[in-house]
Design a protein around this ligand. Structure first.
Ligand code: TXA
Ligand code: MG
Length: 328
């Protein structure tokens, strides 16, 4: 395992920084400091790498992740910025503000990073190391706070190591984070600014930047109430009816399978996608949102889902599927 201590030395152009970028490009997990807290970063365009984040954090849900980029221009490749979002970005970036905006269909950020939502959380951090890593890897970096789920956010490399050491492929240590609380999260959708989480940018500063436009409240979003964004939005669920724990297929069924042993009569299915033919939960998590979308495309047929184990990432996968199957 690699670890660079950047407290003493300059980080730009170092061989170690290049090695950290290569780790990201290979799908690895790199702990990277920002001005707020340390992030557990992965290539946001790589769904297997993003599955590793959820696995490492031990989150029972797929909470959407913040994508870190190096500039407003890069942010605009991924999200649709209206004049309100532009104004907030210009005022507070680089800095501790995350903007949730509609995700562009042309963005290569994977569905798992955004937990299947049609919006994307973007941030240009003031912490130069995260910006630098996004730039030299030429990838948006999905990074939640580098703590295990339910624990407090890490503001030193020691905190990160204590929580996540076995999961890390690389760690960049620049000492304590200067802000020490997470970024403020504001969603700007349909011209309306909404405060989702208070953090490093003060409410007063937001109100001032909005210059008389309203700042609506919540729903609040945080680690302990991770479901908020997902549960509030109708597009989070597929249009098709979802039926769980199916072990037998009827002719014409649309099937989401898991593992080497398919449900009985699977050959009669009209469509079948297997989340992981080998029964690998990380692979299944990486495929989940994309496969749901594919099976949901314009059909009114129910999606029948094979039983998936509840251990490890299976818990988050099943949480997502149970919500998709809930009556609505
Ligand atoms: O300061 C920070 O924001 C740190 C550093 C690493 O950037 N990151 C951080 O990430 O705190 P995390 O995963 O612990 O919190 C991200 C929050 C979650 O509460 C999530 O629900 C929310 O952002 N979020 C992400 N995408 C969203 C979306 N599309 N809509 C609503 N909320 C979203
Ligand atoms: Mg967190």
């Amino acid at each position: 395992r690699w670890s660079i201590d950047l407290k003493e030395t300059s980080w730009t152009g170092s061989a170690e920084a290049r090695a950290a970028a290569d780790t990201l490009l290979r799908g690895g997990l790199v702990a990277i400091p920002t001005e707020t807290v340390y992030g557990l970063a992965a290539d946001a365009t790589n769904s297997l790498a993003c599955a590793s984040i959820y696995e490492a954090k031990g989150r029972p849900q797929f909470n959407p992740l913040i994508c870190h980029i190096d500039s407003i221009e890069t942010a605009q490749q991924h999200g649709a910025f209206d004049p309100v979002a532009d104004r907030l970005a210009e005022t507070f970036w680089p800095g501790p503000l995350t903007l949730v905006v509609p995700k562009k269909t042309t963005s290569p950020v994977c569905d798992l990073a955004t937990a299947g939502l049609d919006t994307i959380a973007l941030r240009v951090p003031a912490g130069p190391v995260m910006r630098f890593m996004a730039r030299i890897s030429r990838r948006p970096l999905a990074a939640p706070s580098a703590n295990r789920s339910g624990r407090i956010s890490p503001t030193t490399a020691e905190h990160v190591i204590a929580d996540l050491e076995p999961a890390l492929d690389f760690l960049i240590d620049t000492g304590p984070c200067p802000v020490g609380v997470e970024s403020t999260i504001v969603s700007v959708v349909d011209g309306t600014a909404r405060l989702l989480r208070v953090g490093g940018v003060e409410r007063e500063a937001l109100v001032e930047a909005l210059g008389g436009r309203p700042l609506l409240e919540g729903p609040t979003t945080n680690d302990t109430a991770p479901a908020a964004p997902g549960m509030m939005t109708s597009h989070y669920a597929p249009d098709a009816l979802v039926v769980l724990n199916v072990d037998r297929i009827d002719p014409g069924d649309v099937v989401l399978a898991f593992g080497p042993t398919l449900p009985e009569n699977s050959s009669l299915a009209s469509r079948l996608l297997n989340l992981s033919p080998t029964g690998n939960l990380k692979e299944a998590a990486a495929n989940l949102f994309g496969y749901l979308r594919q099976l949901d495309s314009g059909q009114s047929t129910a999606i029948k889902v094979q039983k998936i184990p509840e251990n490890g990432l299976g818990e988050a996968i099943n949480d997502r599927l149970r919500r998709a199957a809930a009556p609505r």
